[in-house]
Design a protein around this ligand. Structure first.
Ligand code: NI
Length: 250
């Protein structure tokens, strides 16, 4: 069940049977010479929408599609929030949803560069309750889609070499599965990109001239993406179920 395709009375009725909502969250940033700029928000959205297909007990919020991607800003098309803006925006999303009564808010993340800021946002939000010596009334959870049970082991079997950490064949395969009309090809060298640290945008572009980190995205296929989506969607349903079963706070 998708929040965007629902009416407010439908959401009011949903709240009578569940107070859990899943928010896909990602980033709009360069993904090498063949990866779509939307890769990091598309992956969690594709997985969440697959999981929610034909289910009225799993509610997916609109995708939060801009994240913390300052290190990719030397590549055209990247759009980034700085950490403080991102923290403020996550807070407003949470306060909006919690205000309606959602007490379990699950963020399914698609961008490693978001993790530190999302966790900082959670601390900021909880601190509002802590400072006033009251219960927050809701639980927040962050899960990266590749950390869902079974996903990384499948990706390791599919891509034993050349997986890397940015513009990976697994994330690109997921987008190829969902959007076969947007599959791109390019010549690039070396076949497997270099690895190293992440700092500011010009340093990043100097180290990783075509945007890839440690990866060979040409290994991606729509079929492998389909396997990843099916595994991740099944695991997401179970993970959200377990999260929902935790007693609500306060
Ligand atoms: Ni990515």
């Amino acid at each position: 069940m998708l929040l965007s395709w629902s009416t407010w009375p439908e959401i009011e009725a949903f709240l009578a049977r569940s107070k859990t909502v899943v928010v896909p969250i990602g980033s709009n940033e360069q993904h090498g010479p063949t990866g779509l700029l939307g890769t990091d928000w598309m992956c969690p959205e594709i997985i969440a929408h697959e999981a929610a297909k034909d289910r009225d007990d799993l509610l997916i919020a609109p995708t939060f599609n801009i994240g913390m991607a300052q290190h990719h800003l030397a590549f055209p098309g990247t759009i980034s929030l700085k950490p403080s803006t991102f923290i403020a925006a996550i807070g407003d999303w949470v306060r909006s949803l919690a205000g309606h009564g959602f007490d379990h808010i699950y963020f399914l993340n698609g961008h490693g560069g978001n993790v530190a800021t999302i966790e900082a946002a959670f601390s900021e939000i909880y601190a509002e309750a802590s400072w006033s010596q009251r219960r927050s009334g809701f639980s927040l959870k962050l899960k990266n889609w590749w950390d869902l049970p079974g996903v990384m082991s499948l990706a390791n079997r599919q891509f034993p070499v050349g997986h890397g950490s940015h513009a990976t064949p697994s994330e690109i395969a997921v987008t190829q599965h969902a959007y076969p009309h947007a599959i791109k090809a390019a010549n690039y060298a070396p076949q497997i990109a270099p690895t190293g640290p992440i700092r500011e945008a010009l340093d990043f572009r100097a180290r990783y001239p075509d945007g890839r980190m440690g990866s060979d995205p040409a290994l991606a296929t729509p079929e492998k993406g389909g396997e990843l989506v099916a595994t991740a969607a099944r695991a997401l349903i179970e993970d959200v179920k377990a999260f929902s079963a935790e007693a609500p706070v306060g």
